[in-house]
Design a protein around this ligand. Structure first.
Ligand code: GDP
Ligand code: MG
Length: 315
């Protein structure tokens, strides 16, 4: 029997992968029970460290994530990985390759890996990802990794939802430059030059440090991005990356962590509020109010600003 009521699903998600997977599908499909589910998860907020991993396709995000998972597991931490493609409504082939790279952890009960698409979400994954993170926090994971596929605006937004954002580039291919153009370097708390076994890694490191202006003065107490070189396939440098992430986590305790989470909640509330307004169509509750206001505006009895205010004035 498949438990289907929200209370049971939430209770079971700590021990049953099936319940957890079902909850994430409900998030993905923007199910009507989501408000109730989210209400049940309120007290679990902030339990996990959320690490965003982004960077150009092929730079080694999945391989690096897999190496990080191994390191965290060795330290006894439970890890969930959310592989998301913000630009695609369907789970694409890129994520299939990720699954293969994560296969080493497939049988570990302390690891949960899930690909997610933006089905049904008007706000795309920018709206769905925070809810998926809430579900995974409630299920008892200590670390939630959100890996995005590329360097588009949506990828940057999703990655920036994390407590700590890792931006990964590889030598050559102008990856560093591409990342800089996409505005992705600014969101990186930790920058990784992966494939350090390739020619040009040193030049990429230098370019990156230059682009970041690492020597430039910053506000006192501000985080100074850390640049790390790794070979994800062999694990070289992964310990340095783990150390950089731990250091950032400690820095977050100074108050910045709470501020980041509040900013993230703000974006989440706005996305949900916009979604609610958009759904005040003819078929939803409030639709008749919209129809009445619309005919008043069309007939010249009411101005549209007042109508909009009245629409938001929910009973
Ligand atoms: N030589 C080398 N290859 C790597 C390294 N990291 C990843 N790769 C390879 O690069 C390819 C893309 O890696 P993947 O993790 O899927 O990249 P993603 O698209 O950013 O997730 C795979 O064939 C990996 O085996 C590395 O440090 N050195
Ligand atoms: Mg990948």
């Amino acid at each position: 029997v498949r438990p289907s009521n929200p209370a049971e699903l939430v209770a079971d998600s700590r021990t049953s992968r099936r319940a957890l997977a079902r909850l994430l599908s409900l998030v993905e499909d923007r199910d009507a029970t989501l408000p109730e589910i989210m209400a049940r998860l309120v007290t679990c907020a902030g339990r996990a460290v959320v690490v965003g991993v982004t960077g150009p396709p092929g730079a080694g995000k999945s391989t690096t994530t897999s190496a990080l998972v191994a390191a965290w597991r060795a330290a006894g931490r439970r890890v969930a990985v959310l592989a998301v493609d913000p630009s695609s409504p369907v789970t694409g082939g890129a994520l299939l390759g990720d699954r293969i790279r994560m296969q080493a952890h497939a049988l570990d009960p302390g690891v949960f890996i899930r690909s997610m698409a933006s089905r049904g979400h008007l706000g795309g994954l920018s709206a769905a990802a925070p809810q998926a993170i809430r579900v995974l926090e409630a299920a008892g994971f200590d670390v939630v990794v959100v890996e995005t596929v590329g360097v588009g605006q949506a990828d940057v937004e999703v990655a920036a939802m994390a407590d700590t954002t890792v931006v990964l580039v590889a030598p050559g291919m102008g990856d560093g430059v591409q990342a800089a153009k996409a505005g992705i370097l600014e969101v990186g708390d930790v920058l990784v030059v992966n494939k350090a076994d390739h020619d040009g890694a040193r030049a990429t490191l230098r370019d990156l440090r230059q682009m970041l202006g690492l020597g430039a003065p910053r506000e006192p107490g501000a985080w100074r991005p850390v640049v790390v070189a790794t070979v994800a396939t062999t694990g070289d440098g992964v310990a340095d990356l783990v150390e950089a992430l731990d250091k950032h986590r400690d820095w977050l305790q100074t108050g910045e962590g709470a501020a980041r989470r509040a900013r993230r909640a703000q974006a989440e509330i706005q996305a949900l509020a916009l979604d609610l307004v958009r759904r005040l169509g003819p078929d939803e509750d409030g639709g008749s109010r919209l129809a009445a206001l619309a005919s008043d505006v069309a007939a010249g009895r009411l101005d549209p600003y007042t109508a909009a205010e009245r629409l938001l004035d929910r009973p």
